[in-house]
Design a protein around this ligand. Structure first.
Ligand code: PLP
Length: 372
């Protein structure tokens, strides 16, 4: 039957294409093996707050009905929170689905799509199902997207640029001001997708710095992608959204979803999170403090941790994920994060993070040096 499949399906990375012969550590989409703690998928370690769980339970009683496919109630709440019009927002089953829709919308006839590298593998995976050419631009030394190099990579064929900000797997981040300078150089015919899956976990967000909604207002070629998977911890129910400049772009992007529908429980869960925003904000502040504690401790052990504004951290680690696995911890490394020689570890609860630090202590680069 293989000969009937689109060839590029065979080349998709393991995230999309879970093969039983792949070691469990490379299959982030599957449940962690018995007794292992999963710090490999940048998930929240916490369940939804009780008030959100209650609303989800109520939604369960309505699953005999089809959902509101445009998610109008959720879009109205989002519009309110973001200071944009509801007609500018498109929802999707996680922002992954919207990435796929964007690539499907732009990736025809040999169009070039510029992506950072290493970065989120979904951009390349989605593009591999289209006629588009992917142009990879290495990230800057600090692990943030190299904005100037991305701008320099534009040709007549470029139709879409993904800016992963903060970047996964490195964690580096650019402010709205830096992005504005970059966007000023981009021809209006090139769509710029700002993938902000981790925005609400950045210090900038926690401290109330300007977000990218001003950029959407100023530059009609910008589309911002966000998700309920990370900050709101709803990875398992699947809800993400795109903010576009106007209703006509939103309608086109919505059409590129090809009739995919959100589910009733996900719509209700996301709305409930927005209604209880303050509780999640408190979690974000706590996560930022914990990030600082753990990265400070790891750096003190001699690890070269990339500056991170996310719920994960990344560093060179020659032994790879194996020593973590032996300690019962799943982390990502090497090709699965497009970054050979490095590992990416999600932050968990303070206890989870201490288990990681224990592994790091056992392999610490500074250990070999004589005590002072
Ligand atoms: C997690 C993640 C997403 C989206 O995840 P969904 O669960 O599909 O919303 C998008 N981009 C990046 C960079 C991510 O890390």
């Amino acid at each position: 039957m293989d000969h009937r499949l689109n060839d590029s399906l065979q080349e998709l990375p393991p995230l999309m294409w879970s093969r039983p012969d792949q070691p469990a550590i490379e299959r982030p989409g599957l449940a962690a093996p018995e007794g292992k703690l999963r710090l490999s998928a940048n998930e929240s370690p916490y369940s939804p707050i009780p008030a959100v769980l209650e609303r989800m339970q109520l939604a369960c009683t309505r699953v005999n009905r089809y959902p509101d496919i445009t998610g109008s109630a959720l879009r109205a709440s989002l519009a309110d929170r973001l200071g944009v019009g509801a007609e500018q927002i498109v929802i999707g089953s996680g922002s992954s689905e919207l990435i796929h829709a964007l690539v499907a919308a732009f990736g025809a006839d040999g169009a070039e799509i510029i992506v950072p590298y290493p970065s989120f593998p979904m951009y390349t995976a989605s593009a591999s199902l289209t006629d588009a050419q992917v142009v990879r631009v290495p990230v800057a030394a600090d692990g943030a997207v190299d904005l100037q190099a991305m701008a320099d990579g534009i040709t007549d064929a470029t139709r879409l640029i993904f800016i992963c900000n903060p970047n996964n797997p490195t964690g580096g981040f650019h402010s709205a001001d830096a992005l504005s300078e970059f966007l000023a150089q981009i021809p209006p015919r090139v769509c710029v997708a700002l993938d902000e899956a981790y925005w609400e976990l950045t210090d900038a967000f926690v401290n109330g710095a300007p977000d990218s909604m001003g950029l959407v207002r100023q530059y009609p070629n910008v589309i911002v992608l966000r998700t309920f998977s990370k900050f709101y911890g709803l990875a398992g129910v699947r809800m993400g959204y795109a903010v576009t400049c106007c209703a006509s772009v939103a309608e086109r992007l919505g059409a590129a979803r090809m009739g995919a529908m959100p589910n009733v429980i996900a719509l209700e869960a996301a709305s409930a999170c927005l209604d209880h925003f303050d509780a999640y904000m408190e979690r974000a502040r706590e996560a930022a403090r914990e990030r600082s504690r753990v990265t400070t401790a790891a750096r003190a052990l001699g690890y070269d941790i990339y500056p991170t504004q996310t719920n994960f951290y990344c560093f060179p680690f020659a032994p790879g994920p194996q020593p973590f696995l032996e300690a019962g911890l799943l982390v990502r490394g090497g090709d699965s994060i497009q970054f050979p020689g490095h590992v990416r570890v999600s932050f968990g609860t303070p206890e989870d993070n201490d288990r990681v630090l224990a592994v790091l202590r056992a392999h610490a680069p500074l250990q070999a040096q004589p005590a002072l």
